[in-house]
Design a protein around this ligand. Structure first.
Ligand SMILES: [Zn+2]
Length: 211
């Protein structure tokens, strides 16, 4: 086993998710850009609690988890969200986590549902239940190159309620990054319009707002 692990390190050395340097999964330089703090933003009446300011390093860590399925990068995102959940002072016994769902295309491409999977792990760590209450009703564009108004339009009416579920307690939306808030605000709107109480959102990263 030892030999195998040494051989695999030789062939596929561990690299930093942020800068690709050989060594550990996050080097001390990149750790500075990914060090969970606590940021509170108000977007369209929604309280968004986040751990890390979005940066080129944060973007690489998110992509390593999301697009390359690297477990260690998942762990960094999970740690960040768990950190915020503990800092935000939610009533642990009365809240439920609602993951932002992935589109069918992304689910197929990645072989998993990114945020729902992350939420399951967070639930195991925190004992806060997960309610997969949302589903995507129609095709949405990749938002990375869209302006703030285009994002709002892109997400408008995109979410529906996944099934007949009547969760008690307050809901917390979970996502990887908040930029304009178009996604979490639309998700909150869909849930509110079905009579659910959304307490706010928790994301790993918060980006500078777009115009
Ligand atoms: Zn690095």
């Amino acid at each position: 086993m030892q030999v195998f692990s040494e051989l695999s390190q030789l062939l596929f050395p561990t690299r930093c998710y942020g800068c690709n340097a050989i060594g550990i999964s996050i080097c001390s330089n990149c750790r500075r850009a990914w060090h969970p703090h606590y940021y509170l933003t108000h977007i369209g009446g929604l309280r968004v609690n986040s751990a890390v300011l979005y940066s080129p390093t944060a973007s690489k860590i998110i992509l390593a988890a999301k697009e390359r399925g690297l477990k260690g990068a998942d762990e960094l995102i999970i740690d960040a969200i768990v950190h915020v959940l503990s800092r935000a002072n939610f009533d642990k016994h009365n809240v439920r986590l609602v993951p932002i769902p992935s589109s069918a295309i992304n689910r197929r491409r990645r072989g998993r549902s990114f945020i729902p999977d992350i939420c399951d792990e967070i639930s195991e760590r925190t004992s806060i239940p997960v309610i997969p209450a949302l589903r995507i009703l129609r095709k949405v564009k990749d938002q990375s190159t869209l302006s703030a108004p285009a994002r709002t339009k892109n997400m408008h009416g995109a979410f529906g309620i996944a099934q007949k579920i009547y969760p008690r307690g307050d809901l917390i939306l979970i996502d990887d990054v908040v930029t304009t808030g178009a996604t979490v605000c639309e998700a909150a709107r869909a849930l509110n319009s079905h009579g659910f109480a959304v307490l706010g959102s928790v994301t790993a990263c918060v980006a500078q707002p777009l115009r």
